[in-house]
Design a protein around this ligand. Sequence first.
Ligand code: ADP
Ligand code: MG
Length: 236
Amino acid sequence: KTTPESVVIEKLKAQYDTIDTSKVTKFVELPISQKTIKALKESKYLKLTDIQKASIPLALKGKDILGAAQTGSGKTLAFLIPILERLYCEQWTRMDGIGALVITPTRELAYQIFETLKRVGKYQDFSAGLIIGGKDLKFERKRMDQCNIIICTPGRLLQHMDENPLFDCVSMKILVLDEADRCLDMGFKETMNGIIANLPPERQTLLFSATQTKSVQDLARLSLKDPSYVSINEMT
Ligand code: ADP
Ligand code: MG
C-alpha cells in the first residue's frame, strides 16, 4: 500500500547503494529518517566517528558486519542507527514483537546502550526493553513480548529463551553482538552459541569486538553470513 510514509521510505532506501562513504562526514548527509536526524541533533551528534562512517552505510544496505574498533570509538550509534532505520523502513509497530536484539557483556554497558537508544530513538514509535538480570524475572517475562528492541546480557537472555514461553523472536531482523571478545572472556561462549542457535537464520548480524581472537573468529563464523570487515585502528 502506498502511503506518504512508504514513499519517503522508498526514497531513503533507493539512496543506500549510492552513499559515497569517502564524502560522508555528517549524519544529515546519510539517507536516514528525519526522526533519527532530529534526535541525533538534539543529542549534539553531528559528525560521524570513523567506525560509524565505515559501518553505518554497509549496515543500512543489510550487510553483516565484523567490526574491529576500540572502546570509545562510537560503536553504540554504529549499531543503534541501523537498528532504528531498519525497523522504521519495515514500518515496524509495537504489535510486531521483537525486531532487534543487542547483546552486550555487562549490565553497565547494557544500561548505557539503553540510555543512548532512548535518546536517539525518541521520535520513533518503538518500545525498548532492558533485560539484564538482577531484576524481577517475572516482571521481565510479561514485558518482553511487547518490546521491539531488546538490550540484554547473554546469561539473562538465554534464561528467557529457555524458560519463557512468551519469548518469541521468530520475526527478529537484526542481532548485534557488542564487545564480543569480552562476552567470550567472561565465559559466555556456550551461552552465545545457545542464543544464536535459537535465532532465525534469515537475519542481519553486526558483531563488534576490540580484539580479533580465535574465539571471536569462531563466533563470527557461527553468527555472520558473508560479512564485511570493518577495522578502525588507532595509529600507535
Ligand atoms: P564504544 O561503544 O565504541 O566504546 P560509545 O558508543 O560508547 O563507544 O561512544 C563513546 C563516546 O563518544 C560516548 O560518550 C558517545 O556519546 C560519544 N559519541 C559517539 N559517537 C559520537 C559522535 N558521532 N559525535 C560525538 N560524540 C559521539
Ligand atoms: Mg560500547
